[in-house]
Design a protein around this ligand. Structure first.
Ligand SMILES: NC(=O)c1ccc[n+]([C@@H]2O[C@H](COP(=O)([O-])OP(=O)(O)OC[C@H]3O[C@@H](n4cnc5c(N)ncnc54)[C@H](OP(=O)(O)O)[C@@H]3O)[C@@H](O)[C@H]2O)c1
Length: 247
């Protein structure tokens, strides 16, 4: 079997990585380049606000190519210019089409429209979802999403994507101040049903300057949703593993 630069040996190692991640496993076709730590990814950002813009900057610094989008094309062009040569701006559809991976980082109440408008372009993509249902901002649909858990609710709103719940429970101020800090890094809880998507998300958490903490399948995303004890504070992986009883 041909070995990649990373020592990734194809399906057998894919299964090993998948098993080690603890996720409920769905085997999808993820290109080898998404695993190869040396090769840059193309990342589309749908919702280049505080969180999306910050992660776009971190990932461009780490060598990835980003395409930022929001509802304000001028702001997107300014953000791309500020980030530098690895960034460009476009529409949300452009971001969905551009990305090997797409970060969706919008108010939760915008997710149904995103599913309707660009769901076709997102289908089959690895999607990192930071969106929190906040009843005071997003209304009754947020209460329903929290009752189901966002892993389940977001899957229904973005059908057919390789969804990973990621970067939702650490504030943007902490992302900015604690990226790549010395000592134990801030942990980012992750949940996904698709092991390949999870492996890509783990890589992007590290590339943003944090440490992934994998809970398991999407049903477990509920444990770090808005309003849970872990929500809103930057905690170390050691603290998170204890809180999630991850052994
Ligand atoms: N702020 C935090 O500390 C934090 C931390 C973790 C997770 N979150 C969650 O992550 C999400 C983003 O948070 P944020 O603080 O980054 O919010 P934000 O600064 O308000 O950014 C939201 C972005 O979404 C864009 N947007 C809104 N509706 C859209 C649509 N229909 N299509 C495409 N783009 C759309 C906005 O564009 P315009 O600016 O042009 O309106 C803006 O760029 C939220 O769900 C939030 O609860 C926030």
């Amino acid at each position: 079997m041909k070995q990649s630069k990373l020592g990734f040996n194809g399906r057998r190692d894919f299964l090993r990585i998948a098993g080690a991640s603890g996720a409920a496993i769905t085997l999808g076709v993820i290109p080898h380049s998404l695993f190869a730590q040396g090769s840059p990814l193309k990342i589309g950002i749908v919702g280049a606000g505080r969180v999306g813009g910050t992660l776009a900057e971190f990932w461009a610094k780490a060598g990835h190519e980003v395409l930022v989008s929001s509802l304000d094309a001028e702001a997107d062009r300014a953000l791309a210019a500020k980030i530098g040569t690895r960034a460009r701006a476009g529409s949300s559809r452009d971001a969905a089409q551009f990305g090997d991976v797409v970060l969706v980082s919008v108010p939760y109440s915008a997710l149904p429209k995103i599913g309707q408008d660009i769901g076709d372009a997102l289908r089959g993509k690895v999607v990192l979802d930071t969106c929190n249902p906040v009843p005071a901002r997003d209304g009754d649909m947020a209460k329903e999403a929290l009752a189901k858990g966002t892993g389940i609710a977001s899957t229904a709103l973005l059908p057919g994507v390789r969804l990973v719940r990621a970067f939702n429970c650490v504030g943007v101020g902490t992302l900015r101040s604690e990226t790549n800090r010395a000592g134990e890094k801030v942990g980012i809880p992750l949940a996904a049903d698709d092991a390949g998507a999870l492996a890509v998300a783990e890589r992007l958490v590290r590339d943003a300057g944090f440490e992934p903490v994998v809970l398991g399948g999407l049903a477990r995303a509920k444990e770090f949703d808005y309003g849970t004890p872990v929500f809103g504070k930057g905690r170390t992986p050691t603290e998170l593993r204890a809180m999630f009883k991850l052994g």
